[in-house]
Write a protein that binds this ligand. Structure first.
Ligand code: NAD
Length: 268
């Protein structure tokens, strides 16, 4: 049986660790070839399986992948990332704008004490980076031939439950993730006439290097677990499965959504 993403080419930003890495591996298992992209090729220290790169893991699965170094906050680098993918594969079917940072994870501050430098750095990666990835992917996708389904591409932006809700001490992160949802809805309108899907995923708290600094503290862990009706922290693979759906023909009539994948957090 061909996989659900058989012969699609996907770019995934921030793919060396966490949710991006799990998405790259899930896509490879479903038959896609992957352009892995990150500011660093080695994974951050969050996975038990060691230090192999995402490309190496995909090759172990028998899949095809390449790595392109790219800082998503830099327009020239994102434009070059898409260009390199097209050189490699001839087209870009799926763009996952996943790269993100959370400076507040180790240093939450109330708004009056929130450093301007944190705000600027967070917006540059989490919002401008997603804008640039959406812009250059859409530019490529709108000019390429449609697949048999009639679709020219699938763009998936990783927002957060903190794109739907506030939380104390996280002005920059929460503002950036709300911005991703506004961008997603507008780009969905813009891209619809070319039959390019633009959707967002809103993960709940998920076990990656981003959450490990506070997840190890028993009191914080207990509090956060209580906020998820399914009582826990999600796994990166939980988010990856939703990203497979949104890149597949199963999402043929889906665009402009903000899909919570959060063990029920957002129904509180
Ligand atoms: P992570 O820290 O494990 O991985 C993030 C990856 O992005 C890293 O490999 C890092 O090197 C890369 N990166 C950082 N800045 C970059 C840049 N400027 N250009 C390219 N790559 C860059 O974190 P994660 O939890 O896997 O986060 C992935 C996405 O999911 C982020 O957008 C994050 O905000 C979002 N998210 C995470 C959670 C969670 O609880 N972990 C919850 C909701 C949303």
């Amino acid at each position: 049986m061909p996989g659900r993403l058989h012969s699609k080419t996907a770019i995934i930003t921030g793919s060396s660790s966490g949710i991006g890495r799990a998405t790259a591996l899930a896509y490879a298992r479903e038959g896609a070839q992957i352009v892995c992209s990150d500011v660093r090729e080695q994974p951050l220290n969050d996975r038990p399986e060691g230090t192999s790169t995402t490309v190496q893991e995909i090759e172990k699965l028998g899949g095809k992948a390449m790595f392109v170094k790219c800082d998503t906050s830099k327009a020239a680098e994102v434009e070059d990332l898409v260009r390199r993918a097209v050189e490699w594969a001839g087209r870009v079917d799926v763009m996952v704008n996943n790269a993100g940072i959370a400076l507040e994870a180790t240093d939450p501050r109330p708004v009056w004490d929130y450093p301007e430098s944190y705000f600027d750095a967070t917006l540059a990666v989490n919002l401008k980076g997603v804008f640039l990835g959406t812009k250059y992917a859409a530019l490529q996708m709108k000019g390429q031939a449609p697949l048999p389904s009639g679709d020219r591409g699938w763009i998936i932006n990783i927002s957060s439950i903190l794109g739907l809700n506030g939380t104390p001490g996280n002005s920059g992160y929460v503002a950036s993730k709300h911005g991703v949802l506004g961008l997603t809805k507008t780009a969905a309108w813009d891209c619809a006439e070319c039959r390019v899907h633009v959707n967002a995923i809103c993960p709940g708290y998920t076990a990656t290097s981003m959450t490990s600094p506070f997840w190890d503290k028993a009191d914080v862990r207990e509090k956060l677990e209580r906020m998820h009706p399914f009582r826990g922290l999600g796994e990166a693979e939980d988010i990856a499965r939703a990203a497979v759906f949104l890149a597949s023909e199963d999402a043929g009539w889906v665009t402009g959504v903000a899909l919570p994948v959060d063990g029920g957090y957002s129904c509180m």
